[in-house]
Design a protein around this ligand. Structure first.
Ligand code: OOB
Length: 535
């Protein structure tokens, strides 16, 4: 058992095994079996690289041996911050085979997030790239390593050292415990910095296997990884892991823009991909004037944030494919509209859970009582691939989960009599910036580190393109006159992902108080958000 991991109760675990959800297979063992079933078929394409399943399997074996030879031992954690490059796969499968837990950072993360992730996980190493999208990732990783005691090594994909490691003679390593933690994902966060989400081989593989089935992946499918591949959506819903599981090829898109994606869809005859709503809207627009042949595309998954009916209706006609909505979370639960669902369900709901063993409760946020179908309420869930606790976060777990193990998602939903969920809002202090999650409190803390800032409250404001943008209301200290641009530059300078820098800054004399005169952050945010919606 991994320290810091809250396991499922033994009786529940036994039930999930008996039902065949948990099969006792590790990701390393899965790749071995895929290599024997699909050896000569293409597994992954990106840039000038094109690896078959056998080649991927071989590189992952070598990587595992190289990592072990470099001193990484089973149970340790290594932060992986890689963009969409083929090497993402041998690195992650190599770590899995060595029993080392990848900790998935996003390429957008900067020193602030990386330091938190490495520190919180006690990471022994960081695997990153050189320069990517005009940011020197190696330099950031080295800075973080220098002041994070546990980090012994930074490895840079593509470097000579990395290639030597990837060429190590393969040797069999002991297969880790399939019921143990395979990796740590990041939560979108609502209180402060992102929490770490421990996922096991058993539970994650179940969601991957079922996602591949629900999305009808087959060996001749081609999946385009357009979104950053370490995120749960392009990783496993059905994502690159679902594609591998089905013996299908994955194409790594260096960027998600329509030009890049359409070029790859045409060149590689892509059949399925997944995007967030703003990207879907941009693709829909670009499709009208593209000279590219998109006829191979069968399914576009849209999720990560609410896809409104208007956009949903335009996707099929514009891109010549079917829409599949997906509502998921790194903590577990993933819902899909099914390929044979009636059109209204596909256009209006965010799908139904993967598993009949996903338990769904929709409750009154005030009383905690279940509400009837059709009424909106807070979504609670528990099931065979939803965590029972964040990693090393006992205090937070006490409020994020109910006493009987339901995860409080923070989403407001409505359930149809057929069991489909419609996401109608959010109770958590988080801004969903077109699928990129911003924890209000994290940004407020950065703002309050500025000497001219007395208090800050970050709220969502509606945005036609992103769905929501961030607005920071700031009260200055007496006599100070900080400006919006100055505060934005300050937050950026603290080394945070660009999507967290407030889009708007409003400097105000004081915060409005609510009717009852409450001035708690929570009340303030609610009042400001209501104000922002009215404007
Ligand atoms: C996905 O995962 P996360 O962990 O980045 O964010 C989860 C949250 C949900 O709790 C919900 O607030 C929001 O993102 N969300 C949606 C949505 N899909 C996710 N809100 C409305 N409509 C949707 N379709 O975002 C994620 C993980 C796996 C698959 C897809 C998305």
């Amino acid at each position: 058992m991994t320290a810091g991991h809250v396991p499922w109760p033994p009786g529940t675990a036994a039930r999930y095994r008996a039902a065949g959800h948990w099969r006792g297979q590790t990701f390393g063992a899965l790749l071995t079996s895929l290599a024997s079933a699909y050896g000569d078929r293409t597994a992954v394409v990106g840039g000038a690289t094109r690896w078959t399943f056998a080649e991927l399997d071989d590189r992952a074996h070598r990587m595992a041996s190289g990592l072990a030879a470099a001193g990484f031992v089973a149970g340790e954690r290594v932060v992986v911050q890689l963009p969409n490059v083929p090497d993402f796969l041998p690195v992650v499968f190599g770590l899995w085979r060595a029993g080392v837990l990848p900790v998935f950072a996003l390429p957008a993360h900067r020193g602030s997030e990386l330091r938190h992730i490495a520190g919180q996980s006690g990471a022994a190493g960081i695997i990153t790239v050189g320069e990517h999208e005009r940011h020197d990732h190696t330099a950031t990783a080295r800075e973080v390593a220098a002041d994070t005691a546990s980090v012994r090594r930074v490895l840079v994909a593509g470097s000579e050292e990395f290639e030597a490691l990837a060429a190590t003679a393969p040797r069999e390593l002991p297969d880790p415990d399939p019921a143990g933690v395979a990796f740590l994902q990041l939560s979108g966060g609502s209180t402060g910095l992102p929490k770490l989400i421990p996922r096991t081989h058993d539970d994650y593989l179940y969601s991957v296997r079922e996602s591949a089935r629900i999305c009808a992946l087959r060996p001749d499918s081609v999946y385009l990884a357009a979104l950053p591949v370490a995120h749960n959506f392009p990783l496993s819903s059905p994502g690159v892991l679902g594609a591998l599981h089905a013996g299908a090829a994955t194409v790594m898109a260096p960027r998600p823009d329509a030009d890049t994606a359409f070029r790859l869809i045409e060149a590689e005859r892509v059949t399925i991909t997944g995007v967030v709503p703003p990207l879907a809207a941009a693709w829909v627009q670009a499709a009208g004037r593209t000279g590219r042949d998109l006829s191979s595309l069968e399914v576009l998954l849209v999720g990560g944030a609410k896809c409104g009916r208007e956009l949903a209706e335009r996707i099929g006609p514009a891109l010549g494919c079917r829409l599949q909505q997906v509502f998921g979370m790194a903590e577990g639960l993933v819902c899909y509209t099914r390929l044979d669902d009636p059109e209204d369900i596909v256009l209006e709901t965010q799908g139904r859970p993967i598993s009949l063993d996903d338990e769904i409760r929709v409750v009154d946020p005030e009383t905690g009582e279940d509400v009837p179908d059709g009424a909106s309420g807070a979504l609670l869930t528990r099931g065979p691939y939803t965590i029972r606790g964040y990693y090393r976060a006992e205090e937070h777990n006490a409020t994020a989960f109910t006493g009987d193990g339901f995860y409080r998602t923070g989403d407001l939903v409505r359930r149809t009599p057929g069991g489909h969920l419609e996401v109608v809002g959010r109770a958590k202090e988080q801004i969903n910036r077109g699928g990129e999650k911003v924890a209000a409190e994290e940004v407020e803390n950065h703002l309050m580190a500025h000497p001219a800032v007395l208090d800050a409250a970050v709220v969502a404001v509606p945005d036609p393109y992103l769905g929501e943008r961030t607005c920071a209301y700031v009260v200055p200290v007496a006599g100070a006159e900080p400006t919006g641009p100055e505060l934005r530059t300050f937050v950026r300078g603290r080394g945070v992902a660009a999507f967290k820098v407030p889009d708007l800054v409003q400097v105000v004399g004081e915060f409005p108080v609510t009717g009852v005169g409450k001035t708690s952050k929570r009340e303030l945010r609610a009042a400001l958000a209501a104000l922002a919606r009215k404007e």
